[in-house]
Ligand binder design. Structure first.
Ligand SMILES: N[C@@H](CCC(=O)N[C@@H](CS)C(=O)NCC(=O)O)C(=O)O
Length: 311
């Protein structure tokens, strides 16, 4: 059995989502800290170009995007479930909404000058310039656009007002009764805002929301220990990818097993990964690629929110 390896960095909200999923399932994992901006040489050796954070590695299998990481962790340990029976569509759809719409509001609010001044107080001006240029290029070529700060400020009270009302009427502790992927997808966006005193009141002014957030963050991160990026690449090289799912190849009309394809996120961070298409169903695509450093790896992507093109 291979260890779970999370490639992440501390300040990343989607990394916090993945860390909380690991904590919720009480899994132990290895932590590889990656740079917050390009270049990310070891990560690129594993993914073949996908650059977003976080990425989960299990031996020579590489899982991109927290929507798929959640499903991989569910396969690793079914209980407690992230997708409660009878609520599967509701929680996955809510999570997708929070990960895109609420996250883009949070990004806009966090990137406003007063908040950035606090976050980057101890960072050299050149490094700040480089980081901001990286984030501008992250959003080029994708379908998502960054939300203007005025729009985010005006809409935030509507989002939070509705959430506060829902949570203050709730007799259960979590959004859909039991804790689910929905709670974690919303919580990481609010965790991001809690990062400085400038944006924390955007959460703390709503008492039922703040109490719920504490409860979700209380799941913690599970037990973990450090690993270097070089060691992670060596683990991939020494491993053989897991057997493919025992299911028919489906949900990729016009494509065939073994075909050379390129796969990319459609929203932002649209850097494509090229390889041989091995598997497709309604939830994931699996691509085989051979890397000079990492050897043969299988890179897994969610089906939703990713484009599949013939090369
Ligand atoms: N849909 C992706 C979104 C991931 C994402 O946007 N991550 C941010 C960090 S929180 C990112 O990749 N930023 C650019 C980077 O880290 O290079 C997921 O669920 O994993």
């Amino acid at each position: 059995m291979h260890e779970l390896i999370l490639h992440h960095y501390h300040a990343s909200p989607f990394s916090e989502k993945a860390r909380l999923l690991l904590g919720f399932k009480q899994l132990s994992w290895r932590s590889v800290l990656i740079p917050a901006a390009m270049p990310k040489p070891q990560l690129t050796a594993l993914t073949g170009g996908y650059r977003k954070t976080p990425v989960l590695q299990v031996g020579a299998d590489i899982y991109c995007d927290t929507a798929l990481i959640a499903r991989r962790l569910e396969a690793e340990k079914a209980t407690p479930t992230l997708f409660p029976e009878g609520q599967e569509f509701n929680v996955a759809s809510f999570a997708q909404w929070a990960d895109s719409l609420v996250f883009l509001h949070a990004v806009s609010l966090v990137f406003q000058p007063q908040s950035m001044a606090v976050r980057f107080a101890r960072v050299a001006p050149e490094a700040i310039k480089g980081f901001l240029a990286d984030r501008a290029s992250l959003f080029s070529g994708g379908l998502a656009t960054r939300l203007p700060i005025e729009q985010a400020k005006q809409q935030w009270p509507t989002l939070m007002g509705r959430l506060e009302q829902q949570l203050s009427r709730e007799t259960d502790d979590f959004l859909f009764g039991r804790a689910s992927i929905a709670d974690f997808a919303l919580a990481h966006c609010l965790w991001f805002l809690k990062g400085t005193p400038v944006t924390a009141p955007l959460v703390d002014d709503y008492p039922a929301v703040a109490t719920w957030l504490d409860r979700v963050l209380g799941f913690g991160h599970g037990s973990h220990s450090e690993l270097s990026g070089e060691e992670a690449v060596a683990i991939a090289r020494a491993a053989t990818p897991a057997a493919l799912p025992d299911e028919p190849f489906s949900a990729a009309e016009g494509f065939q097993v073994g075909q050379q394809v390129s796969i990319a996120a459609t929203d932002y961070g649209v850097d494509a990964v090229v390889g041989e298409l091995l598997f497709a169903n309604t939830e994931q695509l699996i691509l085989r690629r051979e890397d000079p450093q990492a050897g043969v790896v299988h890179v897994h992507f969610p089906r939703f929110g990713f484009s599949l093109e013939a090369c």
